[in-house]
Ligand binder design. Structure first.
Ligand SMILES: Cc1cc2nc3c(=O)[nH]c(=O)nc-3n(C[C@H](O)[C@H](O)[C@H](O)COP(=O)(O)OP(=O)(O)OC[C@H]3O[C@@H](n4cnc5c(N)ncnc54)[C@H](O)[C@@H]3O)c2cc1C
Length: 396
């Protein structure tokens, strides 16, 4: 049985492990954290990734974790819609709407599906030999036919294999995330844009509300009280935002500076190593596609890797162009949300609402290439074989 070693037990690593096991690989996923402890936040999984998860038998269990959102779109800070659609319309177009769930629950489902014996926690990989397939860890070396580097945005494997790549760049935006009990607040899932500011609200299962927010700030800005900072920026926005922030536990609010790979890697493989997820194509969260693309990567990699991991050029051919496009699309939305000049913001909002009136399906149409993706042939629903051009476009 061919042997795959996966570096990193995040969404990309776990899904790669599951997909490879289904193709008959003996899989070991190495995760440096001593226990699974994902950040306390929600996560949106869109139609493209749900279709990929269907091929692993996990689409429905993951749909069941989520709460369906009624409407989606963008509002002004006073609550008036700029553009919106309903999840029914999205479902009719792509066969699924976006589902939003606790990140921790998704990780539990993935870890269960992988199987406890295949996940080794508390093991740090210190290096790989891409030609021989040796993985060096703090507990000794492992020999692999295929090494999957799913070690995240600051991937040491990427740095070693592509030393000329500049790595992640700060987008200029910092992001807060938090989980807040619904209480008696009237919650409609929404994303609202102001001057350089974004605030998102999603109602999850068990009456938990996932909130996220962004602002344009210098990298590394430190605040004493993150909730106070949120209240200062969003305390006079439309309901339920002020009420949610007042109900939030300050200790439960996390913040990260958002980085992405502005320069695509020249390839997603070297020798016996394939990169997946943020290690290959970290992106800003504006499209909610970072984890979704990692899930697509995993399914395509397992489909193309061959019996001995000797077809990795086909994996690069299938994934590099598609993910680079998603990275760029996400970054262009990020840039639009960063506008702070009142005239530029007024023009942006006017442009969006006029375009939405003349093309009511504008919001979904702009996502067609991303969300219409379908998994490869023989993987529950695709008939595109292993042709890289068909896999790139993802269209059946
Ligand atoms: C604010 C925000 C909101 C987001 N919202 C969404 C969303 O709604 N939908 C969506 O699809 N995406 C979203 N994303 C993006 C998504 O979180 C990431 O794209 C996704 O988690 C990447 O998964 P990954 O497995 O590639 O990397 P990671 O989750 O970073 O996992 C990498 C793992 O590798 C381990 N590791 C690293 N180095 C080593 C080593 N040397 N040895 C062993 N283990 C190692 C790490 O401990 C880690 O567990 C969001 C991102 C942000 C910042």
């Amino acid at each position: 049985m061919p042997r795959a070693v996966v570096i990193g037990g995040g969404i990309g690593g776990l899904t790669s492990g599951i997909a490879l096991r289904r193709k008959g690989w003996d899989v070991t996923v190495l995760e440096r954290a001593p226990k699974m402890d994902p950040v306390g936040s929600g996560l949106a999984i869109a139609a493209n990734a749900l279709k990929a998860l269907d091929t692993l038998g996990l689409g429905d269990p993951i749909r069941r974790l989520s709460r369906l959102q009624g409407q989606a779109g963008i509002r002004r800070s006073d609550g008036r819609w700029l553009v919106h659609t309903t999840m029914d319309v999205a479902e009719a177009r792509y066969g699924d709407s976006v589902v939003v769930m606790l990140r921790a629950r998704l990780m539990e489902v993935l870890a269960d599906a992988l199987g406890a014996g295949h996940l080794r926690l508390g093991i740090t990989v210190s290096g790989v030999d891409a030609e021989s397939g040796v993985v060096r860890t703090d507990e000794g070396d492992l020999q692999a036919d295929l090494i999957v580097a799913a070690d995240g945005i600051n991937s040491k494997t990427r740095q070693a294999l592509f030393p000329e790549h500049p790595g992640p760049t700060y987008s200029g935006v910092t992001a807060w995330r938090g989980l807040i009990p619904r209480g008696d607040l009237d919650i409609r899932s929404t994303e609202s844009w102001g001057k350089g500011l974004v605030f998102g609200v999603s109602l999850l299962a068990d009456d938990v509300v996932y909130v996220y927010a962004t602002d344009v700030l210098p990298a590394g800005t430190v605040f004493e009280d993150e909730r106070e900072e949120l209240l200062r920026r969003f305390g006079d926005w439309h309901d339920p935002i002020p009420g949610l922030l007042r109900a939030a536990d300050p200790a439960g609010i996390i913040r990260n500076d958002v980085c992405s790979y502005d320069t695509p890697l020249p390839a997603f493989h070297r020798g016996k190593v394939a990169l997946v997820g943020d290690a290959a194509h970290a992106m800003t969260p504006n499209l909610g596609q970072g984890a979704c693309q990692a899930i697509e990567d995993a399914v395509v990699l397992a489909h193309l890797a061959g019996n001995a991991g000797d077809h990795l050029a086909a994996y690069t051919a299938a994934r590099l162009e598609r993910t680079s496009k998603v990275v760029r699309q996400s970054m262009s939305i990020c840039k639009v949300t960063k506008l702070r000049n009142p005239v530029a913001v007024w023009l942006r909002d006017l442009g969006i609402s006029v375009a939405a009136k003349s093309r009511p399906d504008m919001m979904l149409r702009s996502m067609d290439d991303v969300l219409s993706w379908r998994p490869p042939a023989g993987e529950n629903g695709g008939d595109r074989g292993s042709d890289p051009a068909a896999l790139r476009s993802g269209r059946n």
